[in-house]
Write a protein that binds this ligand. Structure first.
Ligand code: IMP
Length: 427
């Protein structure tokens, strides 16, 4: 019953694609359990680079069944264009399964996302503008449209009517936009039904049966722990639960079935969009991390905010996810610094604080307390085992492990598939 959850331990973009890909060959099912096409995985296979936003990365491994769980929000036009792109490159996508309970990102949800952000002005969240928040809001308000609704026109029409009732008031009276027509939306959505049909399945049953048959199931989180709607830096978060519990609700698998929870941890920190970020750098070091690390969003093309490693956040991720392991990524990006600052605690209004403050006000005032670890200058991209790393790089990894509260079981030393040091096997 090996069920693994793989999730971002910081603010997303930790390099999950590489980690999933490393496991890809031995995994039977790769499941996305939350988020939508706001995610962005880059997977490098041979000399081919694939950017995936919605599809689970398992779609690239021939033996693996990719699954979009009930907790995901699906924009069908994006889904089809991703599938077309892969088919054009010869990737077989016919095994994909999509939960009939997954909610659809409708065109009006995308419109509401964009106008709301514009309306918020300088208080904006910095969303990806993909309609994620409004679609989850509709789900919770019980006016969402699910994939299964596409197969009953009368129900679909009633639901679109219910969803647009309030929204059209808002669009016309508050946002000064034109009302959206029910008929037009229904027609567009029905246009997706036939092509989606072969993929729609009772994914909860499929996954639980797979686990009973001892298949390996990998739950792949989008975004990251600090972007979680409950446990992240609210309100500067996404609208779903990337944390480990989200895998259970977003895929319909009980917590007793999860055997391992792996946190992907970048050797430094990045963040996209607004919100607090204590170790953020505004100097040459920040620019260097961005340049060397290629820190530009796969989904939005926005430059990522960059900063030093924050052990307070890593400890928090260990706690809220019950992490069993870390996969440390992008260690090679730190090559060349004489000293590497690591944030070990915060100073908040003159007090030293070791753990993530629960108060938003305190977190906004948190200043990093740094320890300085000696750097290394040797190229580490060819390292195959831990002992191949220079002593200072080994010490850096061990220090991070000690501060973060879970063993580091793999280390990424370059972007390629084989540029990974495996310390403990994940399976
Ligand atoms: P939303 O998910 O589009 O609603 O955006 C909410 C916040 O989450 C914004 O700050 C986004 O930049 C951030 N976000 C969403 N998806 C990702 C991701 O995959 N990586 C990093 N940040 C993300």
């Amino acid at each position: 019953m090996p069920a693994l959850v793989l999730l971002g331990a910081q603010w997303g973009d930790e390099g999950k694609g590489k980690a999933t890909d490393l496991l890809g060959g031995s995994v039977d099912y790769v499941v996305r359990y939350q988020g939508g096409n706001n995610a962005g995985h880059t997977v490098v296979v041979g000399d081919q680079k694939y950017a995936l936003h919605l599809l689970p990365s398992g779609i690239l491994s021939p033996g693996c069944t990719p699954v979009i769980g009930n907790g995901v929000v699906v924009d069908p036009s994006v889904l089809f264009s991703e599938l077309n792109g892969l088919n054009d490159r010869g990737v077989d996508t016919s095994k994909l399964l999509i939960s009939g309970n997954a909610h659809i990102i409708t065109p009006y949800n995308v419109t509401v996302d964009k106008v709301t952000e514009r309306f918020l002005g300088k208080r904006k969240i910095g969303t990806t503008g993909r309609g994620i928040g409004p679609t989850y809001a509709d789900k919770i308000n019980r006016v969402g449209i699910r994939i299964q609704d596409l197969y009953d026109e009368s129900i679909l029409t009633q639901k679109v009517e219910a969803a647009l009732d309030g929204k059209n008031q808002l669009l016309t009276k508050v946002f000064n936009r034109r009302a959206i027509e029910v008929g037009q939306v229904v027609e567009e959505l029905l246009g997706y039904a036939d092509r989606l049909k072969p993929y729609v399945a009772d994914t909860v049953l499929v996954l639980n049966q797979a686990l009973e048959q001892d298949k390996v199931v990998l739950f792949e989180g989008g975004q990251g722990t600090l972007l979680d709607i409950d446990h992240g830096t609210y309100p500067f978060v996404t609208s779903s639960n990337p944390t480990a519990g989200g895998a259970c609700t977003g895929a319909g698998v009980g917590p007793t079935k999860i055997s391992r929870v792996i946190g992907i941890l970048k050797a430094y920190t990045t963040r996209v969009g607004s919100g607090p970020f204590p170790t953020e750098l505004f100097d040459e070091d920040g620019d260097a991390l961005r340049r060397i690390g290629g820190e530009r969003g796969v989904t939005t093309g926005r430059d990522r905010r960059c900063g030093w490693f924050d052990a307070v956040i890593a400890r928090y991720a260990t706690r809220v996810n019950g992490l069993t392991d870390f996969f440390l990524t992008k260690l090679d990006v730190l090559t060349g610094w004489e000293q590497i600052p690591v944030c070990v605690a915060y100073e908040i209004d003159g007090r030293r604080v070791e753990e993530l403050p629960y108060s938003q006000t305190d977190f906004h005032h948190a200043k990093p307390v740094y320890e300085y670890l000696p750097g290394w200058s040797e190229d580490i991209t060819k390292a195959k085992s831990f002992s191949d790393l220079p002593k200072n790089a080994q010490d850096y990894v061990r220090a991070l492990e000690e501060m973060s509260g879970a063993p580091i079981s793999a280390i990424g030393v370059g972007p390629g598939r084989d540029e990974t040091i495996e310390i403990n096997s994940f399976l």
